[in-house]
Design a protein around this ligand. Structure first.
Ligand code: SF4
Length: 165
């Protein structure tokens, strides 16, 4: 593991995004960063810019209006990234899943790595979900490192023999 990856694994940056929830789960996400639960003691930092985030916590059911914004936030995150659906709204659409403007859970729009149950999801469960997400992030980083060591061309012409970096 490179020094940069080692440092980043000890200080993952997390962003919260609410689609169309009642804010119950959002309040529980905020509670995770209060002194009571103090997620920062693990080096986990809450950020507001998707370009800086490793982990995206999504709360609320996804409606047509939020779909485009969620996709944009997801696309702005750098690889590797991990998405956590927090609460029943985000995991399945909850009781709203058949309403006219509702698409359902977050995985209808972007790939989800970890599902956190609850209505509202309790901070303890959200923290558990974030740690599962960090394991997933580590796996993705390892895969990315392995892919970088793939066969690539060498030589001045750019069409030489293959080599492993
Ligand atoms: S899962 Fe429950 S608490 Fe969370 S956003 Fe949906 S309705 Fe609100």
């Amino acid at each position: 593991m490179s020094l940069v990856h080692r440092a980043r694994s000890k200080s993952p940056w997390v962003m919260h995004f609410d689609t169309a929830g009642c804010n119950g789960c959002s309040i529980e996400v905020f509670a995770c960063f209060t002194p009571l639960y103090d997620l920062e003691r693990f080096g986990i930092v809450n950020v507001g810019n998707p370009k800086h985030a490793d982990v995206l916590l999504v709360t609320g059911t996804v409606n047509h209006k939020a779909k485009r914004v969620l996709k944009t936030v997801y696309d702005q995150m750098n690889h590797p990234k991990v998405i956590v659906a927090v609460g029943i709204c985000a995991t399945s659409g909850n009781v709203f899943h058949q309403s006219y403007n509702c698409l359902g859970g977050v995985d209808k729009v972007v790939p989800v790595d970890v599902y956190v149950p609850g209505c509202a999801a309790r901070p303890e469960v959200i923290i558990d979900g974030i740690f599962l997400a960090l394991k997933k992030l580590e796996e993705k980083r390892r895969d990315k490192d392995a892919n970088h060591r793939e066969v690539e061309p060498t030589g001045t012409s750019g069409q030489g023999e293959a080599a492993v970096r």
